[in-house]
Design a protein around this ligand. Structure first.
Ligand SMILES: Cc1cc2nc3c(=O)[nH]c(=O)nc-3n(C[C@H](O)[C@H](O)[C@H](O)COP(=O)(O)O)c2cc1C
Ligand code: SF4
Ligand code: SF4
Length: 401
């Protein structure tokens, strides 16, 4: 525990004092929020999206946090006007001293030069870096997904267009001096290629994952209704939070695997504690965006997480984030390369309370219960291990041969 650990990560000339950045969303819309994030030790903040020309689709926010399923979902959301985001940046520059300020922008006009004009406004107002939203599935991608024609590609539609995306990124990086972060989408299936194209076009960093589009829960006795409060009807909704974690990790992994060790990558999707943060870093992230958890719990849980991260690193002998970044890349094999051991399941009858749950496993021909006594036939056991997960008494374990 005596080893000193360094939590900082560097993106070009910018140093983040730790890998935690508030992800663009409703907790990055006011100067009080940004100040509170700085006071709690967050290293950076990606502002809520500013979109120009305005209005795009703009509704008062209606969210659902489906606690049991650990899904956050919404469609109705308020974006910032350029003037609002510029004012936020100016105020944040005056009231904060350390936190890295990253306005997030989308230009939705017909001329691509508009992206540069918009970015320049934020550069001149003192942005430390600028994030391009090439990820929001809730804009033209949502429209496309419901079979409608779109005039201009924005958000996830533009981020998955490997021809248009680098042209837009290059225009901006040619015209702007501050680092450009491109936040990408896995919708479209080419996130690694889009990341490579963005970096070749001059981006300082790439990141994933914004929300994924899904259909919200429906009440089967009132199917034309809505799960939202104070909102009629549903749309394909933006899903985030813990549910997104495995998919977010895959996106980071795909980018890191494809891009190699040099580029700065920001991951996101369900980061909420030591475990999920370290996992993102181990599959290739230099830093993480956190949005949903800041909506549910505010900012002031970070100091405890930073302490946990320091203790964990000291315990594992890691001095820097880079010491465990990408670690899992070596362990993720193709399906042909798997090593699978022979074995069988064994039950401890002292722990078994004959609840019967494992007796019903549909694919198992090994478990029987003569005289209500759970019995596992080793010869018939295919060692799948489902029974270990099913048993509430932890009465079953696997034996390796
Ligand atoms: C209500 C809400 C609004 C969001 N708005 C934006 C946005 O304006 N721009 C953006 O790039 N991402 C936006 N996001 C995506 C988050 O920044 C983040 O990438 C995503 O939710 C996954 O991380 P999480 O599971 O920590 O929320 C939003 C997410 C939520 C839940
Ligand atoms: S490991 Fe699979 S096959 Fe073996 S007893 Fe358990 S559920 Fe049945
Ligand atoms: S699930 Fe566990 S406790 Fe229940 S019958 Fe099977 S072994 Fe016994």
């Amino acid at each position: 525990m005596s080893k000193t650990v360094d939590l900082s990560v560097r993106m070009g000339d910018i140093t983040f004092k730790n890998p935690f950045i508030v992800g663009a969303g409703p907790t990055a819309k006011t100067v009080d929020q940004i100040k509170a994030a700085e006071d709690s030790g967050w290293a950076g903040v990606s502002f809520k999206l500013a979109i120009d020309p305005f209005p795009y689709i703009n509704w008062p926010p209606r969210y659902r946090w489906l606690r049991k399923e650990k899904i956050h979902i919404f469609t109705a959301e308020t974006r910032l006007k350029t003037e609002q985001a510029l004012k936020l940046l100016e105020d944040a520059r005056k009231t904060t001293s350390e936190i890295v300020l990253i306005p997030t922008i989308t230009y939705d006009g017909k001329d691509r030069e508009g992206w540069v004009r918009m970015a320049k406004l934020f550069e001149d107002a003192g942005a430390h870096a600028i994030e391009l939203n090439m990820c929001c599935p809730n804009m033209s991608f949502n429209v496309q997904a419901t079979g409608k024609e779109i005039e201009e590609a924005t958000g996830a539609s533009l981020g998955s267009d490997l021809v248009a995306l680098p042209k837009v990124v290059k225009l901006i990086t040619d015209g702007i001096d501050v680092p450009i972060i491109v936040k990408l989408t896995p919708e479209g299936g080419l996130i690694a290629q889009a990341a490579e194209a963005s970096l070749q076009a001059g981006a300082a960093a790439v990141g994933s994952t914004a929300n994924r589009l899904g259909i919200p829960d429906i009440d089967i006795r009132d199917p034309m209704g809505t799960i939202y409060r104070l909102q009629e009807n549903i749309t394909l909704g933006c899903i985030s939070g813990p549910w997104l974690r495995p998919l977010g990790m895959r996106d980071t992994y795909e980018m890191r695997f494809h891009l190699g060790e040099k580029p700065f990558i920001i991951g996101s999707g369900g980061v909420r504690n030591l475990q999920s943060a370290v996992q993102q870093i181990m599959v290739g992230a230099d830093a993480v965006w956190v949005c949903t958890e800041t909506m549910l719990r505010g900012f002031d849980w970070l100091p405890k997480l930073l302490e946990d991260l320091k203790s964990y690193m000291a315990e594992m002998g890691y001095e820097r984030i880079g010491d465990f970044r990408d670690l899992l890349l070596k362990n993720i094999k193709t399906s042909q390369e798997l090593t699978v051991h022979d074995g069988y399941a064994e039950v401890d009858l002292d722990k078994c309370n004959v609840c019967g749950l494992c007796w019903n496993i549909g694919h198992c021909c090994a478990i029987s219960h003569p005289q209500d006594r759970t019995t596992i036939d080793r010869e018939a056991c295919i060692a799948c291990s489902t029974c270990v997960d099913i048993c509430p008494q932890k009465a079953i374990h696997m034996v390796k041969i």
